[in-house]
Structure formats: C-alpha cells, structure tokens
Ligand binder design. Sequence first.
Ligand SMILES: Nc1ncnc2c1ncn2[C@@H]1O[C@H](COP(=O)(O)OP(=O)(O)OP(=O)(O)O)[C@@H](O)[C@H]1O
Length: 251
Amino acid sequence: MTAALRLTGLTKRFGDKTAVDGLDLTVPAGSFYGLVGLNGAGKTTTLSMAVGLLRPDAGTSNVFGVDVWSDPTTAKALLGVLPDSLGLPERLTGREVLTYLGLLRGLDKSTVEERAAELLAVLELDGAEKTLVSEYSTGMRKKIGLAVALLHAPKLLVLDEPFEAVDPVSALTVRRILRRFTDGGGSVVMSSHVMALVEQLCDHVAVVDKGRVPLSGTVAEVKAGRGLEDVFVDLVGGGVDGAEGLAWLAS
Ligand SMILES: Nc1ncnc2c1ncn2[C@@H]1O[C@H](COP(=O)(O)OP(=O)(O)OP(=O)(O)O)[C@@H](O)[C@H]1O
C-alpha cells in the first residue's frame, strides 16, 4: 500500500550540529500519526523537510509516492501544512487570507468563499471578521493556519504543534475537525508535547530523539501496556531530577 508519507534517510546539519540524522519514517495512509520528542529533538526540522519548506542535506520525502523535492507542485497539492512559525499576509483579515490563498491554489471563487465562510464559522474566527491577522492572538493564528491548511481539501495534513496556545474549547473543535478528516480517509501527521493528546487522538506514534526515530509503531505497540509518558520519559528523559539545585528559590 502507498504510504501517505515516507521519509528515507532524511538528514539536516546546521554548522556542526546534526539536527536530523538519517531519519526514516513511514506514515500509513489513513493514519493519525503523532511525533513526540524533547525540545530540540528535530521534529520541526523533520516536518519542514518533509513538506518542502527546508531542503534536506540528504534523504527523500514522498507524499503518496510523489517526491516532494523533485515534483513539489504535485506533492504540495496533496499536502496541507501548518508550519511551526506561519508567515501570513499580516495586513489582511482572516477571510481575506483564505480568499487570497484559495485563489492562489487554483480554487474557483465561489468554492473559496463557501469554504472560507464554513472554516471561519467552525473555528469561531468569524467574529473577528474585520480583524487584521497582525492583531490575532497566538491561538487565533494557529486556527487560521489550520484553516489555510484545510482549504484545498488535502489528502495529508502535516501539523507542527497544532494545539499549542489554543484554548480548550477551540482545541475540542480542532480535534473534531481532525477526526472528521481522518474518518473521511485523510491522513494526519502532527507533532505534540502533550502525551495525553497523542494517546487519545493518534493511532500511531514515533519518538524523535537526536534527529532519529528510536521507537515507532501503533500507539498500543509503543505503549506496550504502559502510559505513553512513562515510555517516553524512560526512553529519552535520561533520569533528570528537576528538583536539583535552585536552593535559593526556597530561601
Ligand atoms: N535554522 C537553524 N539554525 C541552526 N540550528 C537550528 C536551526 N533550526 C533548528 N536548529 C537546531 O536543530 C535542532 C532541532 O531543532 P527542531 O526545531 O527541529 O527541534 P524540535 O524537536 O522541533 O524542538 P521543539 O520541541 O523545541 O520545537 C536544535 O538543536 C535546534 O537548535
């Protein structure tokens, strides 16, 4: 079966630092895949290379069998991306952003208008109809970013920390949207630091550590009867005692 996303030998160096180190990952079509890892583990760098935003030093990224770096136009039509730091046209309102990007992606005007109105309503951004994106809160930016990613009805969503800074009510809405997307046959890859969320939402999970994937599989396989957080901390936590030092704090 064709994978929704197949990363092979992905490598990225920044000077002396190897951020991603020959990383392999296969995301089955129709799966909801979680990427977890410590700060600096290489998740954002991996996802950026996977979707064509950052050129790898080595390795390949295939979306439904299409090479992202040799055929970016075909690959990007299949992809919806919520990057880590989203550059948006700041002097436009949310609706204008969706209209602008929808037309750029080749959707016809009435489809863009219809989808934009629906996305803004579902994500509760329609109240901010006249608000410029430059005035959006961090959570609102995440939501408009998600709307941008969904607009052209992609087959694979790649989301970098989609729930970061999103309020609990909006988070529930986003979860419902993502579930509906996978129920309809879509595939999702998302990075997250929230283990409970990954356990609830995802059917597959990969642990990223020092630019590699030491453990991956279905959530049940990776957990092996334990909590995901325990498995994760045992694998990459290194037994750090956060209470050491800082004696001056109690004085
Ligand atoms: N543009 C860059 N220049 C230099 N180093 C970078 C750059 N981008 C990332 N790095 C380094 O690469 C490593 C991986 O970073 P990355 O952002 O991919 O990690 P992450 O797993 O997404 O972390 P977090 O969970 O904190 O978002 C880190 O050591 C980071 O400092």
